[in-house]
Design a protein around this ligand. Structure first.
Ligand code: NAD
Length: 362
């Protein structure tokens, strides 16, 4: 049964999330980087990678599978290359810091290759493409997921990989960047969790039961025996997922998915290629050429066609103005996880007062 969402103010949500991670022994910088990333994911409309992740992060912290206040360890470094280890620390810090180093290198040398391995969940990959785009740089990101396998290869019936995401960011003069960002499964696991919490069925064709029967029941993915997600785009999505595994993990010296989950944490490895249009001598032409192409794409009755990142930009505007909706079950789980580490939600966090009883009674 679908339940009314809670509507939360963005700024107060950010401060509450930062308070939770401060209470969970993160430094002020770490708590703020995590809060910014999670709340931005909700703003973009990717609730799967937003504040609904807090109960999972707190659980992983308490089991020792996620370590607070870690720093990157450099494995290999040259003027244009970085391979680093995230030491099982918060991906919101590890990826931020690895990409920040890559940005400096790309600005200096024209192109940088950054391999981050062994990081806790790096969240919404578009966030890292946006970090590069804000610095005027193009970026491409291949990511693997080491957790309980949830996605079957095309033509297979057993889950062998995670939802291995892929992202590309391209800055534009005076306009928001193009940001392509998706899981290589038909649905991200977090989206299946959100649908389950909202009491909504999945679209057909995304999920199978453990014995291979099509289902639209999201709870099947979290039950035992566990359901199986399918790759998007049949053999093509599977191929992209496969190379995310090889480039994100094998090439960076990280671990590929190789069996059932050994620890609670979701570990990501990410290979990022960061390119400076300035060094290519194309700074002046890239934006006008994109504009020409977009004009062509949207001609001939195609005016309503969306570009990668359009939906996220519109959702961000809407949620900044009107508040961030969070389904009542996820909100209750977030508040409970916050209380486990000693953080209380501020009394004025709701925009509409719909679920004030949750903050009063837990
Ligand atoms: P999705 O299916 O919503 O696809 C998003 C992409 O498609 C965006 O680039 C969006 O702009 C574009 N898009 C959406 N609707 C469109 C339309 N009608 N026309 C044109 N373009 C459109 O994304 P997803 O697969 O559910 O992934 C959600 C998030 O999960 C992503 O941010 C991804 O990085 C993240 N993720 C992270 C992990 C991890 O382990 N860290 C794993 C999987 C997914």
């Amino acid at each position: 049964m679908a339940v009314e969402p809670v509507l939360v103010d963005e700024g107060r949500l950010h401060d509450y999330v930062a308070d939770i991670f401060l209470a969970a022994s993160s430094s002020d910088r770490e708590a703020r980087l995590i809060a910014r990333h999670l709340v931005d994911s909700n703003l973009r409309g990717h609730d799967s990678h937003g504040v609904g992740s807090i109960p999972i992060y707190v659980r992983n912290l308490q089991s020792g599978d996620l370590l607070p206040n870690q720093s990157l360890t450099t494995v290999t470094e040259t003027d244009s290359l970085l391979i680093c280890d995230g030491n099982g620390g918060y991906g919101q810090v590890m990826a931020h810091d690895a990409i920040a180093i890559g940005i400096v290198k790309a600005r200096d040398k024209g192109v940088a290759l950054v391999g981050l391995r062994n990081s806790h969940h790096v969240g919404r990959i578009g966030h890292w493409a946006e970090q590069c785009a804000a610095a005027g740089l193009v970026s491409i990101h291949f990511v693997n997921v080491v957790s309980d396998p949830s996605v079957a290869p095309f033509g297979g019936v057993a889950a062998r990989v995670g939802t291995n995401p892929f992202s590309v960011g391209i800055p534009r003069d005076g306009k928001r960047p193009i940001v392509l960002d998706f899981a290589t499964s038909k649905l991200a696991v977090g989206k299946v969790r959100v649908a389950m919490n909202q009491g909504k069925p999945l679209p057909p064709g995304a999920l199978l039961t453990a014995d291979g029967q099509p289902t639209t029941d999201p709870s099947i993915l979290f039950g035992q025996p566990k359901g199986i997600l399918l790759p998007f785009g049949d053999h093509k999505g599977w191929g992209l997922s496969f190379v995310c595994e090889l480039l994100g993990a094998a090439l960076t010296g990280g671990k590929t998915q190789s069996g059932p989950k050994k620890r609670n944490a979701t570990i990501n490895c990410m290979l990022s290629i960061i390119i400076s249009p300035e060094h290519l001598g194309t700074t002046d032409v890239i934006s006008p050429e994109i504009d020409t192409f977009v004009g062509w794409v949207r001609s001939g009755g195609n005016a309503g066609v969306l570009l990668p990142g359009d939906l996220e930009a519109a959702t961000t505007d809407e949620r900044k103005a009107g508040g961030v909706p969070i389904d009542a079950i996820s909100w209750s789980d977030i508040v409970a996880a916050g209380r486990q580490v000693g953080a209380e939600p501020p009394a004025n966090i709701h925009r509409d007062g719909v679920a004030d009883h949750i903050t009063q009674t837990g």
